[in-house]
Design a protein around this ligand. Structure first.
Ligand code: PHE
Length: 470
């Protein structure tokens, strides 16, 4: 296998021992993500709402998903042994190039181009399990806001903006729980401790971050929440404000770091990660004398709860029974207007969602599931290859099994569950049994067809992963 290369988005790349991009992913790569640009698609509706909610933020065009490992991890301070870097979790083209695993990849570059308040939506790629909420391609939106150090001074713009945003929260039906210990959240980055002015600025940046994102949460959830509560009140319960809580988190490129959770339909839902941007990121971008914050949120996860979409595969469905549920009656007009203003057809997908033409509020749509086709369960049990005594990596990672299944069965797999896992007491050999649930979203699967797919999956597990079937 000498001198081999792989073609990704029309470019040849050398392959090496890290290369792990399956055809099922490679064939779906696009220079720009399609779903956020598709008028009335739920991802597009959600993006538009966030853009409207943060009107001062400039919308940045997403770069190619093929990125350097340095941009995705290194420049953001991910240590060499960070689990996110593992080829079991990340799609590598080779040791130095991968598919972005998050939109933070573009922070340094975007800051270095001089953008100070921006939003960037893109597709991201992760090797993961198979179930209703995990899909190897999903969408994130990154947002960031940095200000000159002088703007953090007494009488400056940052404090004024904080007060305005906090005032709105005070008069809204929102209950914010925030008992995070700053040290636990990473503390203010070391450089700030040395410079008291920077430390004060970092504290104010955190306040600005909190006020900004609490307002975003209010814009995204409060109407939906109120509508839900109203229907419950009719059924006899009492009204409740929207509850939001801040939790300490840890990211290599922000400090302090947080996660925000929203109480929605009786559950705490994690909606985004955020924090005060580390000085290193801004230094790498050659930005001096500025400080601020960033966040990253998963669009599918939020859209699934807001619109009650039960399966993440539905976002890719071309079925009119799905798409038509999100089209507003005037959306064909929106689309024409959108095209004439931007000069780009939405089918071409090159434009960013436009603030001026979209409806002013996120539509209160609840997805009504159409009848589902019957599931078809098949089990596969095997002995794992015996681990070599010299290597300390496991003989087989579950994500490798999921990848084989995805590569062959694609969107026909609804979920895969490990139903048995044991070690033989005498031989010490490890056995696993996975139950694969095959089900199409848009047609009936014949048992015969599923048998053939399952046979191929089984064969590939043997050929590629060297398992021994039981
Ligand atoms: N990139 C992080 C993730 O994917 C989210 C994040 C973005 C956190 C920006 C902090 C700041 O989980």
């Amino acid at each position: 296998r000498s001198q081999q290369s792989i073609k990704v988005l029309d470019k040849e790349h050398a392959i090496d021992d890290y290369t792990n991009i399956p055809t099922s992913i490679n064939s779906r790569l696009q220079p720009e993500p399609r779903l956020p640009q598709t008028v009335s698609h739920p991802i597009n509706l959600l993006c538009n709402q966030i853009h409207r909610s943060m009107p001062e933020f400039e919308v940045i065009k997403p770069p190619s998903p093929v990125v350097t490992v340095e941009d995705n991890f290194g420049s953001l301070g991910f240590p060499e042994d960070h689990p996110g870097r593992s080829p079991t979790d990340t799609y590598y083209i080779n040791r130095s190039t991968c598919l972005r695993t998050h939109t933070s990849t573009h922070e340094v570059d975007t800051f270095s181009k001089g953008h100070t308040k921006w939003l960037l939506t893109a597709d991201v790629f992760r090797r993961d399990e198979i179930d209703a909420s995990h899909y190897p391609i999903f969408h994130q939106m990154e947002g960031a806001c940095v200000y000159d150090l002088s703007e953090y001074e007494e009488g400056g713009r940052v404090k004024r903006e904080c007060e305005e945003m906090e005032q709105r929260l005070k008069t809204s039906q929102i209950e914010i729980e925030d008992n995070v210990d700053i040290q636990e959240a990473g503390g203010y980055q070391p450089a700030h401790e040395q410079d008291p002015k920077k430390k004060v600025a970092a504290q104010l940046a955190m306040r600005h971050l909190k006020a900004s994102l609490n307002n975003l949460v209010l814009d995204l959830f409060s109407e939906r929440h109120a509508a839900d509560v109203a229907s419950e009140v009719a059924a006899g319960s009492t009204a409740e404000p929207l509850r939001v809580r801040w939790i300490s988190a840890s990211f290599p490129f922000t400090s302090p770091s947080f996660e925000i959770e929203v109480m929605f339909r009786g559950k705490w839902l994690e909606i985004l990660g955020c924090g005060v941007v580390m000085e290193r990121t801004l230094e790498n971008a050659k930005v001096t004398n500025k400080l601020g914050w960033a966040f990253g949120l998963g669009l599918e996860r939020i859209a699934m709860v807001l619109f009650q979409i039960p399966d993440i595969r539905l976002f890719w469905s071309q079925d009119p029974r799905f798409l038509s549920q999100f089209a507003s009656p005037k959306s064909s007009n929106d689309k024409k207007e959108h095209e004439s203003k931007t000069g780009v057809s939405s089918a071409g997908g090159a434009s960013v969602p436009d603030k001026t033409t979209s409806p002013s509020k996120l539509p209160l749509i609840t997805f009504k599931p159409y009848s589902r086709y019957p599931p078809c369960y098949k089990d596969v049990s095997f002995w794992l290859p015996t681990k070599s005594s010299t290597s300390n990596t496991p003989a087989l990672h579950e994500n490798d099994v999921f990848e084989v299944i995805r590569d062959i069965a694609g969107d026909l797999t609804e979920d895969v569950v490990l139903i048995d896992d044991f070690v033989h007491p005498k031989t010490q050999k490890q056995s696993k049994c996975f139950r694969i649930n095959y089900r199409s979203m848009d047609r009936n699967l014949e048992n015969e067809e599923v048998n053939q797919i399952h046979a191929k999956v089984t064969q590939r597990l043997v050929d590629d992963l060297k398992v021994e079937l039981r």
